[in-house]
Ligand binder design. Structure first.
Ligand code: ZN
Ligand code: ZN
Length: 349
């Protein structure tokens, strides 16, 4: 798809022109794209590049505690698996024995409403239910929503516990699995997952998370880092952070203070082209979350200056006009929650 959007760069090294729209783990290929809602859900997910893994019935081993209650064993490394690896692994699926699970945070997150724990579908705003709904064998529901960049955690609606938020941070942490139709759960013999309202996978991955959903995540105190969430900083605190990391020389416009910072920043700006070239709408919010969090980490570490934050802001505005509020909320969150983090030789000590 032609985007016509030029990246905003501070240097000539981040060229635009080679973006192909391929995802980071290679082009979406082996399974033909299917928007046919009659195809099985796990195939529709894999077709758009969302990892689905095969969980085997858990067998107790020496390492298990006597009170081990584990029911299923997901493949090792499931939280870091790419869609390409997942497509290769799906061949091992044995219907009737194994359990299929989608990895959260790759474009689709799930509100896992746990009826056993008091969760109630009626509490979920109707506006968040139109992308689909699965009935679970324990009498609960899975409600798919566009990925927000928030990690897994307890989901509260109007202060009442509803179940799990199945998400994943934009930097790849705090993921959770969501079981899919076609799955067998040893705990619930005879019961299955039923796609009551078919998941609109193409819409889910091309829709930005609505403000209502982001508010719900914030109210549940979900985190965009792997640690617990701290309340967002004030506008004043963001201003002070920016001032503290702005070069003293007014003519110094450098965004990076070292090669490590420069490379990291260039890569993030390059990604904008891919986000946009791949699809007009897919992944802009999560790109912004990832970039703001990472840039803030690197500014705090000394690898980047505040100019880098301004660059991310300008690029986001270019691909998502009218996103100023979203960006300032992200910055407030990042300034409060991020700690210095770098592998740079100069600033890493
Ligand atoms: Zn066990
Ligand atoms: Zn550095």
């Amino acid at each position: 798809m032609e985007s016509g959007v030029e990246p905003v760069t501070s240097s000539t090294s981040a060229g635009n022109g080679s973006a192909t729209g391929a995802t980071s783990d290679g082009a979406i290929s082996t399974i033909p794209p299917t928007h046919d809602t009659k195809a099985e859900l796990h195939l529709r997910l894999l077709a758009v590049g969302i990892p689905v893994v095969v969980c085997k019935p858990h067998r107790h081993r020496d390492g298990c505690k006597p009170e081990c209650q584990q029911e299923l064993s997901p493949p090792s490394g499931w939280s870091r698996i790419t869609a390409k690896q997942a497509r290769a692994g799906i061949a091992a699926y044995r219907p009737g024995t194994d359990t299929l699970a989608m990895v959260g945070g790759h474009g689709i997150d799930v509100l896992d409403i746990d009826a056993k724990a008091g969760g109630d579908l009626a509490m979920v705003p109707e506006a968040l239910q139109h992308w689909g709904r699965t009935r679970t064998p324990s009498g609960g529901w899975h409600v798919p929503v566009p990925s927000t960049g928030y990690g897994k955690g307890d989901l509260f609606i109007e202060g009442v516990y509803q179940g799990d938020y199945v998400g994943g941070t934009a930097l790849g942490g705090a993921r959770l699995l969501c079981f899919l139709p076609g799955s067998t759960r040893p705990k619930y013999p005879g019961g299955g997952y039923v796609e009551e309202r078919p998941w609109d996978v193409p819409a889910l991955v091309t829709t930005e998370p609505p403000a209502l959903l982001l508010d719900l995540c914030r109210a549940s105190n979900l985190s965009m880092t792997s640690g617990p969430a701290k309340p967002a900083a004030s506008a004043r605190q963001v201003f002070d952070f920016v001032a503290r990391h702005t070069p003293a020389d007014p003519y110094d416009q450098a965004a990076a203070r070292c090669g490590y910072g420069h490379t990291a920043l260039t890569r993030m700006i390059d990604e904008v082209c891919q986000v946009v070239a791949g699809d007009q709408h897919r992944g802009r919010h999560v790109w912004a979350v990832r970039s703001v969090m990472r840039v803030t980490e690197l500014i705090a570490a000394g690898c980047l200056t505040s100019q880098a934050l301004a660059l991310i802001e300008r690029n986001f505005a270019a691909v998502k006009p009218g996103s100023d509020h979203e960006m300032s909320e992200l910055q407030k969150y990042a300034v409060a929650n991020v700690t210095p983090k770098t592998r740079c030789e100069v600033h890493g000590g």
